[in-house]
Design a protein around this ligand. Structure first.
Ligand code: PEP
Ligand code: MN
Length: 392
C-alpha cells in the first residue's frame, strides 16, 4: 500500500480546508487536571474536529512516524497518506491541542482544518497540481495527455489497426473497452478477458500504454497485472465498492464524472480512491445530462475548470461521449485545452460504420491525426506540452 503508516482513512462527511501556516499563533488549551466528576462537568468540552497536515517535502519518514506515534500516545488518531508531499490526517482531534503539536513539528509544512467534505483531493494539498502518469505519459502540471482508441475492443484486426492509427497520430495512450457497460442488455457487451489479451498485444505492437474500463470490483484482480490504468466509467462513479478496491492498489485510475453527478460527488468519489491509499487519480469530464437534445450530453467545461481549482488532481475531457458527434470532437478538444484541461480522451475507429459500439461518434484515423497535430501546435501557446509515451 502507498501510505506510510497503515491505511485507515475514510471518506466521512467531515471537511477540511487550509486556514493557517506555521507561524500562526495557536492558543493551547491546557489539559484539565484530574478533578471530581462534578468539576469535570463544569469544564467546556475542547472543540474537536478533523485536521489535515501537509508534510514538508524533505521531512524524514522516521520523524513523521514518531509524530504519529506521539499523537497516538495523547489519544489522537492519525494516519499518513502518500498524496502530494504526504499528508497526516486526523479524523477527529481536539483541535487546539493537535494543531499546537502539528505546528510545532519541523516536518509539517501546513496545517488545515475542515470546510469541504473531500480532504486529500483538495487543491491546497498540492497547490502546484499533481502529475499522474499512465505508462510514462504524464497528465497535469503543464503536461497534456491524449488518449485515443475505439469504444470497445472488437477483434484482433480492429484493435491493432486502431492502435497503429493512435501511435501514428502521436497520441500517448490507447483506450479500448473489454468490459462494456451498455444501456441495453442486447447491445454488444465487450469481449471480456480475451479483449484484455488483445490490448496487451496492441501495446506490444505499438509501445502504447492502455487504459480499459473495469465495471465490477470482481474484475480488478484479474485485470491488475495487465492494464496500465483502470477506467471507472460514468455509470460506476458511485460504485463505492469498486472505488475501494481500486484505492487498495496503485494503478492509475481514470475516474469519469457521472452524467448527473455534482462536482462535490465527483470529488468525493476520487476521495474514496485517495483515502484507500492510491494517489493516482485522473478525473474526466464526459458530459452531463441536460434538456439539450442537440448533442449526446452537454460538455460541462465550466465544471472542468472549477474542478481544476478545487482539486490538485489532473482533469481531462472526453469530447466523444459528451457530444456524440465526430464533427464536434475537434472543436471541443480545442476548447478543453484552452480552458485548462490536462488532457483529452477520444474515440477513434478504423471503420466507424462497422463499429459494434459508439461508431456514430468515432473519429476516423485521419481526423485523429489532424486533431493531435492541432493540439500539439496550440499547446505551447497555452503553456502546455503534449505528453509523449516514454520509450526505453
Ligand atoms: C466509454 O468510455 O466508452 C464509456 C462508456 O464512457 P462513459 O462511462 O463516460 O459513458
Ligand atoms: Mn464509448
Amino acid at each position: 500500500m502507498n501510505d506510510r503508516n497503515g491505511r485507515n482513512g475514510t471518506a466521512s462527511s467531515v471537511t477540511f480546508t487550509f486556514n493557517g501556516t506555521l507561524d500562526t499563533a495557536v492558543e493551547v488549551v491546557p489539559a484539565p487536571r484530574a478533578a471530581s466528576p462534578r468539576a469535570a462537568e463544569a469544564l467546556p468540552a475542547a472543540a474537536r474536529g478533523p485536521l489535515l497536515a501537509v508534510i514538508a517535502p524533505d521531512a524524514p519518514e522516521r520523524d513523521i512516524h514518531m509524530l504519529v506515534d506521539g499523537l497516538r500516545l495523547r489519544g489522537i488518531e492519525a494516519s499518513v497518506f502518500d498524496v502530494g508531499p504526504g499528508v497526516v490526517m486526523l479524523p477527529d482531534a481536539p483541535l487546539a491541542e493537535a494543531e499546537a503539536v502539528l505546528r510545532a513539528h519541523p516536518g509539517i509544512a501546513h496545517v488545515g482544518s475542515p470546510d469541504s467534505p473531500y480532504r486529500l483531493a483538495r487543491r491546497e494539498v498540492v497547490p502546484e497540481g499533481s502529475v499522474v502518469a499512465i505508462g510514462g505519459v504524464a497528465f497535469g502540471r503543464g503536461a497534456f495527455g491524449v488518449i485515443a482508441g475505439p469504444c470497445a475492443v472488437e477483434s484482433r484486426a480492429q484493435i491493432l489497426a486502431a492502435a497503429r492509427a493512435v501511435v501514428e497520430a502521436g497520441a500517448g495512450v490507447l483506450r479500448g473497452g473489454a468490459f462494456k457497460p451498455r444501456t441495453s442488455p442486447y447491445a454488444f457487451q465487450g469481449l471480456g478477458l480475451p479483449g484484455i489479451d488483445l490490448l496487451v498485444e496492441a501495446r506490444a505492437a505499438t509501445g502504447l500504454p492502455f487504459v480499459t474500463e473495469v465495471t465490477d470490483a470482481s474484475q480488478v484482480e484479474a485485470l491488475y497485472p495487465h492494464v496500465d490504468a483502470f477506467q471507472v466509467g460514468a455509470r460506476n462513479m458511485q460504485n463505492y465498492e469498486l472505488l475501494k478496491v481500486i484505492g487498495d492498489g496503485d494503478k492509475p485510475v481514470l475516474l469519469k464524472r457521472g452524467p448527473s453527478a455534482t462536482l462535490e460527488e465527483w470529488l468525493l468519489a476520487a476521495e474514496y480512491v485517495l483515502a484507500g491509499g492510491n494517489p493516482r487519480v485522473i478525473l474526466c469530464e464526459r458530459g452531463i445530462r441536460t434538456f439539450n437534445r442537440g448533442t449526446r450530453y452537454t460538455l460541462d467545461l465550466a465544471t472542468m475548470a472549477l474542478a481544476r481549482r478545487e482539486t490538485h488532481l489532473p482533469v481531462i475531457v472526453d469530447p466523444s461521449h459528451a457530444t456524440g458527434d465526430p464533427d464536434l470532437v475537434l472543436p471541443m478538444a480545442r476548447a478543453a485545452l484552452a480552458a485548462g484541461a490536462d488532457g483529452v480522451i477520444v474515440e477513434v475507429h478504423p471503420a466507424p460504420a462497422e463499429a459494434l459500439s459508439d461508431g456514430a461518434q468515432a473519429l476516423v484515423p485521419a481526423q485523429l491525426h489532424a486533431m493531435v497535430a492541432e493540439l500539439e501546435a496550440l499547446a505551447p501557446v497555452l503553456g502546455r506540452a503534449l505528453s509523449r509515451p516514454h520509450r526505453a
